[in-house]
Design a protein around this ligand. Sequence first.
Ligand code: TRP
Ligand code: SF4
Length: 422
Amino acid sequence: MQSGMNPWSSNQTIDVDRLFAEFGIGPIGEVARRLPEVPPFMRRGVVVGHRDYQLVVDAIRNRTPFHVLTGFMPSGLPHLGHLMVMKEVVWHVQQGGNGYVAIADREAHAVRGISWEKCREFGREYLKALFALGFEGTTYYQSKNERLKDLAFEASTKVNFSELAAIYGFGPETSLSHAMSVVTQVADILFPQLDAGPAPTVVPVGLDQDPHIRLTRDVAYKLRMFTVEDRGDHISVRSKNAPAEALEAVCRAFPGSKKYAGHVDVRGLPPARVENAVREIEIAHGGFGFYLPSSTYHIFMPGLQGGKMSSSVPESLFGFYESDRSVKKKVMAALTGGRMTLEEQRRLGGEPDRCSVYLLNLFHMLEDDVELADLRRRCESGELTCGQCKKETLERVQAFLVDLRDKMDAVEHLAEEVERWN
Ligand code: TRP
Ligand code: SF4
């Protein structure tokens, strides 16, 4: 596992600058500015990067269709670390997106050896949390979605083992099911466009999941029959693997266009018009017409103990149904950016950017920007002691959990319906 980046490893350090420079992830700021309403996770620097998110911004602004999709691997109970993606998905649904959530039971079974029964049990908890947070849309278990599995098979015609080795570091000892769960995830990301028609699709993920996005964009491109290239004075519609009748249909669709071997040149039309018409011709001839999926990338909240947040480190996070006693213990023991002595704290102030308690507030517990700024000011001025700050934070955490659990209990039936109709 040395050549590629491995999204399954649990001790990964991510070099943001390297990802930006090497893999072409763009900073979110430039595109987020054009949103009618910039969500807290973008304002506060939690979501830092994107690919092609401008397509989604345009769709939000113009109220044209777009999809938002994510998946959760049900290898354990949902917890604090899953909350950010859940909020991002819900926010996009509220902005007009068609929501999709995959429960990646195939992946959990293949990669983590979780029994199908456990996958169900954990999957239900993720769904409850999502519905409780306001998610509306389509949800499914990978193993029960037949069209998804067909799409995964189709996707697998465009992926070979050397790509899997380069992207994920797969080797001869990697199980075939692991490779299958990769193409299943590719299919998850393309599924909304198969189900509800081609449209920009945003996949909010952590930076570690970018390999999946790159692979999916590659597969989506390869599954297209045509490419549409803007050549300045004309638009070139190139066949990659289109049947002859489809290329013929492209030529007929644009009066005055010229057909050559393998491409059609179109003049005097805006590229977007040509692209859309070509997409429809492609679908009429049995193709998919996929948009390459867009993505946003968030950084990770550190664990409460100060290291990595991971379910293998219980003190780094809390679950949504964890006992009050245990949640209290973890928050009160959290690593802070406070000074060695109270005297120093009063004199120098705390260091919020190095404090897991501050970040817990920034990520999740303080929605109001003014209150967050006030917390920061009180910390930096030395006015606030860490003990007092933790107590106030704990109260917010407890109120949040009480409310979330109430809502989760109330939507239990929705989570169970997902199992029934698939
Ligand atoms: N691989 C993801 C994880 O490890 C889960 C997942 C499955 C996913 N399908 C997806 C994430 C589609 C984003 C989009 O948690
Ligand atoms: Fe962290 Fe609060 Fe202490 Fe500041 S006062 S370092 S935010 S715990």
